[in-house]
Design a protein around this ligand. Structure first.
Ligand code: SAM
Length: 339
């Protein structure tokens, strides 16, 4: 069974989670926690484990929101029924014929037979009767987790290895549905729009750090989850539609960040970022400088900055070896007592 943190995702905070919550618990008080760039959702998962009662998840990606609804949705689900469907589909998919997914991605992002099985299962989920929305999302999320480690890539879908390096056999397994004490709210909105309609105790901000757009990095997963079967282009087989891209990966990033902070209505603001501004690779360079973050936050209150060395993601060519993770904690409108 897959846990929410069993995913490869650029910028995922799984390995930093203890450090992040140690700092949040030391500096902040409150019951509500908004994770406005949730990515995998792992920070919200641990916010619940840390006792936050009201938790909000939000991300621009379709796949993220399907995964949040699967793990945290409030609709009742029949786990035994879903387990039965998964065993059936796992078995039937062994005889899968070529399909949209295998014709596009087989022999490239996935080994041919694995690609057929993934495409077959996704189509079968679409045709399932007698499942509610969340049950459908559990089946799709389970497929995303099951295929994650089979991809013939470094972890994202900007490119695949020329030779098929990953020939591990596909296995369809279910995600682990846990019971939580917290109430979850789930959105797929631009963070800058959502911020105007929410308020609470802790606002956790973990935006993209550079020009690499998540909708392009994870286009194969977005395609599988949305299942609109668009025509694909180029060696990387991406769809034409790029409407779901983020302003945080563009030159305007400092401005949109300042706008987000200005419009926020929370007691504490916690920002994760890293220091790849001096990276040799242009696409790894930070879009917002650390000074810009600090300056923007200081307009709201007093800020403490924590740092941690962290081995970073890189796509094979080491372009920065002095990687550091930062956590900015701002007490809005007031000074920290120990300052
Ligand atoms: C650094 S990742 C967050 C990682 C997350 N904290 C985790 O642990 O998995 C940034 C996320 O922000 C999302 N994103 C980018 N621009 C956004 C926007 N304008 N509004 C909402 N989400 C956005 C991306 O899709 C991506 O999932």
């Amino acid at each position: 069974m897959y846990k929410i943190y069993n995913r490869r995702y650029t910028g995922s905070k799984t390995k930093l989670i203890d450090w992040i919550f140690e700092i949040i618990n030391k500096n902040c008080n409150g019951k509500s926690f908004v994770d406005i760039f949730s990515g995998t959702g792992v920070v919200s998962y641990y916010a619940s484990k840390n006792g936050y009662e009201d938790i909000t998840l939000n991300d621009l990606l379709y796949s993220s929101v399907v995964i949040y609804n699967a793990f945290f949705g409030s609709e009742e689900i029949d786990i035994l029924k879903l387990e039965k469907i998964i065993v059936e589909l796992e078995d039937l998919s062994k005889l899968a014929k070529p399909n949209y997914f295998s014709k596009n991605f087989g022999g490239k992002y996935f080994e041919e037979e694995n690609a057929r099985r993934i495409g077959y299962i996704r189509q079968s989920i679409q045709l399932q009767k007698n499942i509610n929305n969340r049950e459908k999302d559990v089946l799709i999320a389970s497929l995303v987790y099951s295929m994650d480690k089979l991809a013939n890539t470094v972890g994202h879908y900007d490119a695949f290895f020329k030779n098929m390096k990953n020939t591990r056999q596909f296995e369809y397994k279910m995600i682990d549905i846990e019971n939580f004490d917290s109430k979850f709210n789930i959105f797929r909105e631009d963070a800058n729009k959502l911020i105007k309609n929410i308020s609470g105790d802790i606002l956790y901000i973990d935006p993209p750090y550079n020009s690499r757009q998540y909708n392009r990095f994870y286009h194969v997963i977005e395609n599988l989850v949305e299942w609109k079967k668009p025509k694909l282009f180029g060696t990387a087989l991406k769809p034409k539609d790029n409407s779901n891209s983020s302003e945080y990966c563009k030159v305007k990033a400092p401005e949109v960040f300042a706008n987000l902070i200005e419009n926020s209505n929370f007691k504490y603001i916690v920002v994760s970022y890293n220091n790849t501004y001096n990276s040799k690779s242009k696409s790894s360079k930070n879009k917002i400088t650390l000074e810009q973050i600090e300056e923007t936050l200081n307009k709201k209150g007093s800020t403490k900055i924590y740092t941690k060395n962290h081995p970073h993601f890189n796509a094979g060519n080491t372009d920065f070896d002095n990687h550091m993770e930062l956590l900015f904690v701002t007490k809005v409108g007031e000074k920290f007592e120990d300052n």
